[in-house]
Structure formats: structure tokens, C-alpha cells
Design a protein around this ligand. Structure first.
Ligand code: IPE
Ligand code: IPE
Ligand code: MG
Length: 228
């Protein structure tokens, strides 16, 4: 946005972690933690509009999450179907343009269909919500390198141009909730010079005040990109 200061984050990514622990603390099934996680997604997308974040990338399902038991995967898939149905109209109204990174075509055909319908419906949006689905950064980089090789030299530029995120602004700020301090195969390439903030809040409790706090902290950071 033209009127934003230099130290304003255009592109924020979040590793939405802690749904299971949120549920466990309340003696609830994990599925309810994931459901509340969906509410936090709604709040955060709204907060991005209010706080002027142009692009939000959310890690929703990793390529390693298939290791979870069938029941939990089934719950997550059900929630995904419901989330799209319940939120698509609001997304269109809010001017959100959906994007998916990762190999989402591996999901059930009806989910692929719903996702593609949502992509088409939101194509005219002005702010991007990129959702990482069946996403693994190492796989993404390998795919990008293979594509780059088809057309010539493999260089940082040609790899970057073939990443799923090629059309997104550079990543400014990466947030992980739940207190874990690792990237878990998320945006490894894109995070080269991103600022990182690890927050103790569990994802279902995340909201505008947490995003605001992270943006305030980001604004204080000095980014040097190797210079001085
Ligand atoms: C994040 O919450 C959601 C997904 C990975 C789908 P978790 O389910 O990983 O929650 P914890 O880490 O067990 O608390
Ligand atoms: C990362 O969280 C994936 C998502 C948030 C979707 P995990 O909970 O799967 O990561 P690990 O297993 O703790 O590294
Ligand atoms: Mg986790």
C-alpha cells in the first residue's frame, strides 16, 4: 500500500500451530481445537484487512501431516469442506483473493472441486490469502528446480520464478504460534530474509491483538540483507 511506511509488513505468513494443545488443555477432542483454529483464521483474515497486510500466507496442512491418524485427517478434511462453504461469500465481500500453494490436487476430488470453485470466485480480490495445503517447502523447491532446468539454467532467480509463491510479494514476516521454534518445512526459501516471530499463544486463541503485536515488533526490527 502506497501510504504504508517502509517498516510495514506487506506479506505475513503464519504457521498455525497449537490446535491440539488448545483442545487438550480443555479436555476436548482435537477436532474441536481444529474447529476453533478455523475461527482464528476468520479473525486473522479480517485483521489483515484492518491492519493493512496485503498478503497473508497460512500453513494449514503440511505434506508431513499425512502421518497423523486417519481420524484426525478425516476431521481436518471435513473442516476444510465446511470452512470453504461457510466463508466463501465473506471472502468475496472482503475482497480476498484466494491462492493455494502446495499439491492440493492430492486431496479428495470434491475438495479439489470446492477449492477450484473458490479460486475462481475470488479471482477478482485485491488482498491475497494464500493457503498452504499438502505443502512442503523442500518438495516445492525441488519442483521449482526441475521446472527451471526444463527451460535453462538453475539459478536462485529461475528457482524463485518457479516456486508456488512466485507471484506473491517478498515474505516480510513469519509468525509461528504455540511456542515451537522451528519451520517444519514451511517457506524455507522464501524465509531467507524474513523476520521471524515465535509466539506462545496457541493458534485457536490468536486474534487481531496478536497480529498487531507481531506487526509492532516487526516495525522495530532493522533488516540489513547482509549489508551494513
Ligand atoms: C496445527 O495444530 C494444525 C495442523 C497441523 C493441521 P496441531 O494439530 O499441530 O496442534 P498441536 O501442535 O498438536 O498442539
Ligand atoms: C506445522 O505444524 C504444520 C501446520 C501448522 C499445518 P506441525 O504441528 O505439523 O509441526 P511439527 O510436527 O510440530 O513440526
Ligand atoms: Mg503442531
Amino acid at each position: 500500500m502506497a501510504d504504508q511506511p517502509q517498516n510495514h509488513a506487506r506479506h505475513v505468513a503464519i504457521i498455525m500451530d497449537g490446535n491440539g494443545r488448545w483442545a487438550k488443555k480443555r479436555h476436548l477432542p482435537r477436532a474441536l481445537g481444529h474447529r476453533e483454529g478455523g475461527e482464528a483464521v476468520r479473525r486473522t483474515v479480517k485483521a489483515c484487512e484492518k491492519l493493512g497486510v496485503e498478503c497473508l500466507t497460512l500453513y494449514a496442512f503440511s505434506s508431513e501431516n499425512w502421518k497423523r491418524d486417519e481420524e484426525e485427517i478425516g476431521d481436518l478434511m471435513l473442516l476444510m469442506r465446511r470452512f470453504i462453504e461457510a466463508n466463501l461469500d465473506d471472502m468475496v465481500k472482503q475482497g480476498v483473493k484466494l491462492k493455494i500453494i502446495g499439491d492440493y490436487k492430492a486431496f479428495a476430488p470434491d475438495i479439489v472441486e470446492k477449492l477450484e470453485y473458490a479460486l475462481a470466485k475470488t479471482a477478482g480480490g485485491v488482498r491475497t490469502l494464500a493457503v498452504a495445503l499438502n505443502y512442503g517447502s523442500q518438495q516445492e523447491i525441488a519442483r521449482a528446480a526441475a521446472k527451471a532446468a526444463e527451460h535453462g539454467a538453475i539459478t536462485p532467480e529461475t528457482i524463485a520464478a518457479n516456486l508456488d509463491t512466485a507471484d506473491l510479494p517478498p515474505l516480510d514476516l513469519l509468525i509461528r504460534t504455540s511456542g515451537e521454534v522451528r519451520l517444519s518445512n514451511f517457506l524455507l526459501w522464501q524465509a531467507a530474509y524474513a523476520e521471524m516471530i515465535f509466539m506462545d499463544v496457541l493458534w485457536p486463541d490468536f486474534g487481531e491483538e496478536h497480529l498487531q503485536a507481531a506487526l509492532d515488533e516487526f516495525a522495530k526490527r532493522e533488516r540489513r540483507y547482509g549489508g551494513r
